[in-house]
Each structure stands twice: as C-alpha cells, then as structure tokens.
Design a protein. Structure first.
Length: 118
C-alpha cells in the first residue's frame, strides 16, 4: 500500500503562498493608509497656518483659484507659508496683497508671442 503525500504538501505550499500574498497585501494597505493619514494631517496643518496668515477674503480668493489652477495654488500656499515663517511678509495677507502676488507670478510666467508677417 502506498501513501500519496504529494497533494498534501502541494496544498500546504499553496496555503503558505496564499498567506504570504495576503500578508504582503495587508502590509501594503497599512502603509498606504498611514501615508494617506500623514497627508491629511499635513494638509490640516497647512490649512490652519493659512487661516492665521491670510484674511478670509484672501483665503476665499485662493479657494476660488484652486478650482481652476490647483497646482499654482498649492505652490503659492507653500511660498506664502515659507515667507510668513521667515517674517518676510506682513501678516495678515490681505486680498490686495494676494492679488499683487498673483500678478507678480503671472508676469514671471506669461509668454510673449511674436507674430511676423512676411
């Protein structure tokens, strides 16, 4: 009488593989959740700082601009926070101050087009 151990050892190996995959997926999900939580906390901290730096009107302008140019607003917010932390800007930043900043950025980034007629 012969005993076939092949199936049991294969099943055991497959179970180990499945468990290893499950553990990797769980670790990835936990890492992703921790990163998302860190990003939420950083964003909340940034909003709190901007609340103290900007007047309500200036915050409203940034919120409206964020709908159209989110990358610009994100860069501008980081710049405003850096300026405020180094005392290089008067606090609170008013809507007029923010308009001047936006105009300066626009002047730096605008493209000039030349049309030539031959």
């Amino acid at each position: 009488m012969s005993v076939d151990y092949g199936d049991d050892s294969e099943n055991y190996s497959e179970d180990e593989d499945i468990e290893a995959i499950r553990q990797r997926k769980m670790a990835e999900m936990q890492k992703k959740a921790a990163e998302e939580e860190r990003q939420r906390e950083a964003e909340a901290q940034k909003r709190a700082l901007l609340r103290t730096i900007l007047t309500p009107e200036a915050r409203n302008r940034l919120d409206n601009l964020r709908l159209v140019k989110p990358d610009l607003v994100q860069a501008l917010e980081s710049q405003i926070i850096a300026l405020a932390q180094t005392n290089r800007v008067r606090i609170p930043i008013t809507d007029e101050d923010l308009k001047r900043m936006l105009e300066a950025i626009y002047q730096q980034t605008k493209k000039e087009y030349k049309i030539r007629f031959k």
